[in-house]
Design a protein around this ligand. Structure first.
Ligand SMILES: NC(=O)C1=CN([C@@H]2O[C@H](COP(=O)(O)OP(=O)(O)OC[C@H]3O[C@@H](n4cnc5c(N)ncnc54)[C@H](OP(=O)(O)O)[C@@H]3O)[C@@H](O)[C@H]2O)C=CC1
Ligand SMILES: O=C(O)[C@@H]1CCC=N1
Length: 257
């Protein structure tokens, strides 16, 4: 099966890395930036192509350009889109109804991935126009991490929590690292400790099925040091700051749409 990519930046490139691991897939890679696309091709294989070639020759096309570029990029393809491939858009805020106007008669999937798909640990939400599109999409994302089908009305929420979420987690890891450095750890050790702590804690949430508050209680000895830190986080508005960050991202998603 020929799987094409138009736009191979941070997100399109990460998905291409995951899709490249699926058996029976031949990649066609197109980006504005031939140097970037060439570098990726060396890493994951496939063939470099123009946008028109990708549209005309692919059975499935992943669209990885910025939301405001989607309309112009598809319009520029002209009759190359007439082969009725499955089109998959990752563009924030761009609805299936918008895509259907640009690609009338095509099968469509709207997805919201996050960058950890590049290492098989992503969290992707999607809405599909057809059952065939859904099955093919899930097959292509099989090596990308978790994949969940949601109603399109929840896409902005999924975008804010999981699409944008890695940036918030990296900020938290960076801040933990700073605290470690302030207290004498090397930068490298501090970041490794912070990142592994986030990884292990996330795995505990997913593998035990326990509520995060229960798991936090198991760390928090009465009168101990953890509760002192927990109280400081509450005092400084950590929970509110996190919710506010996600709501701000959600509001911006709606504006982008
Ligand atoms: N980054 C993320 O974590 C996530 C992003 N998304 C969505 O993914 C999409 C891409 O975002 P992101 O990867 O961050 O952005 P990037 O800017 O990193 O990637 C966009 C890519 O598209 C290329 N491009 C621009 N115009 C064209 C064109 N006419 N033809 C072919 N390629 C073109 C750009 O090339 P050049 O740089 O040379 O202009 C660039 O490589 C967006 O719609 C975003 O909403 C969704 C979920 C998460
Ligand atoms: O910042 C953005 O617009 C996109 C949405 C999800 C992650 N990046």
């Amino acid at each position: 099966m020929k799987v094409g990519f138009i736009g191979l930046g941070n997100m399109g490139g990460a998905i291409a890395k995951a899709v490249a691991k699926v058996d029976g897939v031949d990649l066609l890679l197109s980006s504005h930036n031939p140097v970037k696309a060439g570098k990726l091709q060396k890493e994951i294989g496939g063939e470099l192509a123009s946008n028109q070639e990708v549209a005309a020759k692919s059975d499935v096309v992943f669209l990885g350009v910025k939301p405001y570029q989607v309309g112009a990029v598809i319009s520029d393809l002209g009759s190359a889109v007439d082969n009725h491939a499955l089109w998959i858009s990752m563009a924030t805020g761009v609805a299936l109804s918008d895509l259907a106007q640009l690609l009338p008669g095509h099968d469509l999937v709207r997805m919201m991935p996050n960058t950890p798909v590049a290492i098989g640990e992503g969290m992707t939400s999607f809405t599909a126009k057809s059952a065939e599109g859904r099955d093919l999409f899930k097959r292509l994302l099989a090596k990308s991490g978790q994949v969940v089908e949601i109603p399109e009305s929840l896409m902005d929420a999924a975008t804010a929590v999981a699409g944008c979420g890695p940036a918030f987690v990296y900020q938290f890891i960076e801040a933990m690292g700073d605290a470690g450095v302030q207290n004498g750890l090397s930068r490298q050790d501090a970041i490794e400790m912070a990142a592994q702590t986030v990884l292990g804690s996330a795995k505990m949430v997913l593998s035990t099925g326990q509520h995060p508050a229960q798991l936090r209680d198991a760390v928090t000895s009465p009168g101990g040091s953890t509760i002192a830190g927990v109280v400081a986080l509450e005092r400084d508005g950590f929970r509110y700051a996190t919710i506010d960050a996600i709501n701000s991202a959600l509001k911006r998603n709606q504006e982008l749409g």
